[in-house]
Design a protein around this ligand. Sequence first.
Ligand code: PPS
Length: 286
Amino acid sequence: MSVEVKREYMDFEGVKFPVNIHTVESLTYAWKEFQTRDDDVFNVTFPKSGTTWLQEILTIIYSNGDPTPAKTMYSWDRVPWLEQHLGRQKLENRPSPRLITTHLPIQLFPQTFYNTKAKVIYTVRNPKDVCVSLYYFSLFALLLKCKEDFQEYLSMFLSKDTPFAGWFDHVKGWLTMKDNPNFLLLSYDDMTKDVRANVIKICKFLGKDLDDAAIDSVVEHSSFKAMKENNMSNYSAVPDSIFKKDTGTFHRKGVSGDYKHHFTPAQEEEFEKIYKDCMKDINFLF
Ligand code: PPS
């Protein structure tokens, strides 16, 4: 039986979510019912900011450098999405420590988190690159609204018709946690420059004592090339009814600054203006 996939969003507490993989029940579970444990680790991102990369890095850190789990289990089973329709099923009885992925904006993050020692790793990426990455992704991911014309897509990205609260509110919300000792802020763009230093930073934050060889293994097996070739992480297993794979690949370029090949000077100017206005109270520059 084939399920009809729709490029539509539902509204939950004023935030838009793609309908096919989110329900009121799954979002309520994530927000109000999920029981956070002290050793839970949350991989939090706005889409296209390094989610899958962190899923791979965390998996291999927690196997002490052994790439086997990353090569034998799907990323969405190893580090499942909390808010998606299978979140409860995948996370409820999972042994600790649980590695958990989420695109939730901070106001819908599990309420029980705040009474625990659980940790959040929040990865940000230059929003212009996020926009370009999401533009290409939405052309082949049939779960998302898309526009073939990049200018039209850019306008949609900057509008209220963006899922997961939109880039600006998502980032602004999560940055309010930046002084919490259980919160680690990473930058995708910085990771592309020195992934090893970032892996060491993550290990320190998580209290994981990996030797040099294990750290080298994390770096090697989470590289763009390794992940693009890893059928457990490259989404090649997703059916064509959801990802129209003849129109793109999940692992597209994996670089910082690709927006320069897509934005016109006028589009950059428009973006900068909105960025400055929306982020005026935030001390964070790209
Ligand atoms: S999603 O759909 O939200 O889970 O997407 P996400 O994983 O956050 O982001 C996808 C972009 O990340 C790139 N990517 C990587 N870059 C560098 N190194 C590694 N290992 C890596 N893995 C994924 C991926 O190519 C997407 O970026 P673009 O710019 O489209 O290439």
